[in-house]
Each structure stands twice: as structure tokens, then as C-alpha cells.
Design a protein around this ligand. Structure first.
Ligand code: ADP
Ligand code: MG
Length: 206
């Protein structure tokens, strides 16, 4: 059984008397340990699909199963728990907490995973170092460049030990240094057999 099974997904947005079909009959499986690349032109529905896979949004039609269970059967609090415990999100906007430094931001998801404070700090430091931010642990988001903030958000997602990492254009708008670090990290995740769905316009480099 696949971790994720999407069957004939349709997502339609109503805009006045117009209907925009962002997704039309999309089916895919993501098995544990798979590294799935989702490619397509701007506006082709990639983010819409990622939002559904991450249970941030629901399809208009079609079935979406997690571990064989229909996502539409989950209660809102069950969905929230799923998102928190099983998915690592790396989306285009960073959503870092402004009052916390890089290390505290990166360590945050592990709070929910019930790790001890020392474990969380160690893990956050290791990930931030892997992403080239060893000198920036105690900088707050507004003291970091856009590319550095993106790297903190990636460290935060990876700190989670998720069953599935969902990355929506993790290389969009990052500087060359960050791009090299993130591509390297994607290769590592693939090598480690982590389950990843990544949206990108060109994955030849990974
Ligand atoms: P991508 O990520 O591939 O660029 P999106 O999933 O963001 O594409 O968008 C797919 C299509 O759905 C686009 O035509 C977009 O304008 C439309 N769309 C996305 N979100 C909404 C929304 N909330 N309301 C109306 N239309 C939307
Ligand atoms: Mg998008």
C-alpha cells in the first residue's frame, strides 16, 4: 500500500460565473522511500496539488488516501495532527517566527514530536550547519537574507522526521549559494531513502 494515493483529483475554483479548473483528473501514488518530482509550467496546478497532498486543502472531486484511509473521513483535529506529525512542509513563503532566532525556529517542530530540549537543539544545530548556517544560529529572521531564511525553513522541516516531505519550489528565488546547498541536501535525502515530493520546473540537477 502506498503512503499516499490520489485518485482522479479535480480542484475547481469558482471565480464569479467562471470556473477555474486548477486540477483535472490527477492520479498518483507515493510509496514510502520514493522521491517524486512534480514538474509543470507556472499555473499548471502544482501548488494546488501540493496543498491537497499536505491536507491543507481538499479536492473538489476524487479520492485522496493516506495509508489507505480516505482523507475526507478525518476530523479537522485529526488532520491538524497529521500535518504536524507526519508532513514536513517546505513552501514558497518561509513562515518563520520573527521573535525567535534561527536555532529556535529550526528546533520548533520537534517540540510537537516530544523530543527533549537538548535533542531538539542538537538536531537543529546539526541541520543548520549542514545548510551552511553555523555562523547564523542566533540571528533572527529579519537579520538573515532571503536565501538564509529559506534554509532555516528547510532545516525546520527536516527537524521534524516526517513520513513525507512536501517541497513546493524549494529553489525558487534563492541565491546561487543556497541553491547549491539545497540541491546537495535533496540528493542526500534521496540517498537516505526519505519520502519526498518536490515541485520544481527543472530537476535535471538533482
Ligand atoms: P502552479 O503552482 O503550478 O503555478 P497553482 O496551483 O498555484 O499553479 O494554480 C493553478 C491554477 O489555479 C492557476 O490558474 C491559478 O490562477 C488558479 N488558482 C490557484 N489558487 C486559486 C484560488 N484560490 N482561487 C482561484 N484560482 C486559483
Ligand atoms: Mg506554485
Amino acid at each position: 500500500m502506498a503512503l499516499i494515493e490520489a485518485r482522479s483529483l479535480v480542484k475547481a475554483y469558482r471565480m464569479g460565473d467562471q470556473v477555474v479548473r486548477a486540477l483535472q483528473d490527477v492520479s498518483l501514488d507515493i510509496a514510502e522511500g520514493e522521491f517524486v518530482a512534480i514538474m509543470g509550467a507556472s499555473g499548471s496546478g502544482k501548488s494546488t496539488l501540493m496543498n491537497i497532498l499536505g491536507c491543507l486543502d481538499r479536492p473538489s472531486e476524487g479520492a485522496f488516501l493516506i495509508d489507505g484511509q480516505d482523507a475526507s473521513d478525518f476530523e479537522p483535529d485529526e488532520l491538524a495532527a497529521l500535518r504536524r506529525e507526519r508532513f514536513g512542509f517546505i513552501f514558497q513563503r518561509y513562515h518563520l517566527l520573527p521573535g525567535m532566532d534561527a536555532r529556535a525556529n529550526a528546533a520548533l517542530p520537534a517540540v510537537y514530536a516530544g523530543r527533549s530540549r537538548d535533542e531538539r537543539i542538537d538536531r537543529a544545530e546539526e541541520l543548520l550547519a549542514r545548510l551552511g548556517l553555523e555562523e547564523r544560529m542566533h540571528h533572527r529572521p529579519n537579520e538573515l537574507s532571503g536565501g538564509q531564511q529559506q534554509r532555516v525553513s528547510i532545516a525546520r522541516a527536516l527537524a521534524q522526521d516526517a513520513d513525507l516531505y512536501l517541497m513546493d519550489e524549494p529553489l525558487a528565488g534563492v541565491d546561487a549559494a543556497t541553491e547549491a546547498v539545497v540541491v546537495d541536501l535533496l540528493r542526500t535525502l534521496r540517498g537516505e531513502g526519505r519520502t519526498v515530493a518536490v515541485v520544481h520546473h527543472d530537476l535535471d540537477t538533482v
